[in-house]
Design a binder for this molecule. Structure first.
Ligand code: COI
Length: 356
């Protein structure tokens, strides 16, 4: 606490670790943005093309040139991760190196310099600690961390921006969907594709998400929770949901589409595959035709924001298929194990949980 107070008072004397919790109703937190106290920024210019030193500042707007690469040509990436407060009082992140690595890979695809793995993790750690009073009480959600890499320098003709900014902001969150933890109702999109062969579906660029809005808004207006996309070549194999990866279970065998450039390599996806195998399940990463999905016993989504979300129904070409979502389902078992590892109720054999 002493370190924390000194550290914070050097940034701003208004907030100290003595304010244990922010004054909000933790029971009504959903996935809306709740502005917190601090954000982290780090800049990099054309001269050295390297990020050197970042800093914490009060959370607020950033100023950008109207000609910024990110605004004009979508040169930007984001990440999503969560800081948790455990019953034992420890504050933890989950596999932050995986998000750092994914940003680095995305940056290479988008012609951007990226922070090193160490710089990335340190920035997230500092932002989480500076906003400690916004990390919800145990069992009431988490502090969602949003690292971003943006082409901030002005550029008129198409080309990589001359300057970049890496930033991290945070917001307390709980359930991603308005359904809470109730099963989702997905709609299989026919008209629009999420990603194409050779495109950017496999990285977390901001430009993958804007085009998903129209199908999402249309599906939500019809009462669905989210949209499930098919592959753009055959319109036959399932790819992912706009907010998460997708899994199916048939006769206790778990299957999920392989990540080969058009599907986001989710950190939760990867972790759930390992947890499932450790629990003795057979897990296959292979193309799954939509007809096969409709025959599954169980379907669930995985992602940082959605965690492990059971799917209660899928609607395809006007036909609605329902799935098992009871307490003995595979997805419930996987969710329990995942949450138990994060919260220290199950041994973290792989060193996934990082105390901050
Ligand atoms: C996340 O799960 O962290 C994401 O970035 C998905 C986003 C649609 C909220």
């Amino acid at each position: 606490t002493f370190f924390c107070f000194v550290f914070l008072s050097s940034v701003d004397s208004q907030v100290g670790c003595d304010d244990e919790y922010a004054d909000i109703d933790w029971d009504t937190v959903g996935f809306g943005l709740t502005p917190t106290d601090y954000m982290y920024t780090m800049r990099c210019s054309e001269q050295n093309y390297e990020f050197t030193e970042g800093q914490l500042n009060r959370y607020g707007n950033i100023e950008l040139s109207p000609a910024a690469g990110v605004l004009n040509y979508g040169q930007g990436l984001f990440e999503g991760m969560k800081a948790l407060r455990r019953e034992d009082g420890r504050l933890v992140l989950f596999r932050p190196d995986q998000n750092a690595l994914r940003m680095k890979e995305g940056a290479a695809r988008m012609c951007m310099p990226s922070p090193t793995i160490t710089q990335f993790i340190e920035a997230v750690r500092q932002t989480a600690i500076a906003n400690k009073r916004w990390i919800p009480p145990p069992g009431k959600g988490s502090l969602y961390m949003r690292p971003m890499l943006l082409g901030t320098g002005p550029i008129l003709g198409l080309g990589p921006a001359p300057e970049y900014m890496f930033l991290v902001y945070a917001s307390p969150v709980r359930n991603y969907f308005k359904e809470g933890s109730a099963p989702l109702n997905l709609y299989i999109e026919q008209e629009f594709d999420r990603a194409s062969r050779g495109g950017t579906g496999g990285i977390k660029t901001i430009s993958n998400y804007g085009p998903a809005l129209r199908p999402l808004v249309k599906a939500k207006s019809k009462g669905f929770s989210d949209v499930l996309y098919l592959d753009s070549v055959h319109g036959k194999y399932i790819e992912e949901v706009s907010s998460c990866n997708i899994f199916m279970v048939k006769e206790n065998i778990i299957s999920t589409p392989p990540v080969k450039g058009t599907i986001l390599p989710g950190v939760t996806r990867k972790s759930i595959i390992e947890i499932a195998r450790d629990l003795g399940y057979r897990v296959e990463e292979r193309p799954i035709a939509v007809e096969e999905l409709l025959e599954a016993d169980e379907v669930f989504g995985t992602g940082t924001a959605v965690v492990v979300a059971p799917v209660g129904s899928i609607t395809h070409l006007g036909e609605r298929v329902e799935y098992r979502t009871d307490d003995n389902s595979v997805s419930k078992r996987l969710l329990s194990a995942y949450v138990a590892i994060q919260n220290g109720f199950m041994e973290d054999k792989k060193g996934w949980v990082v105390e901050i």
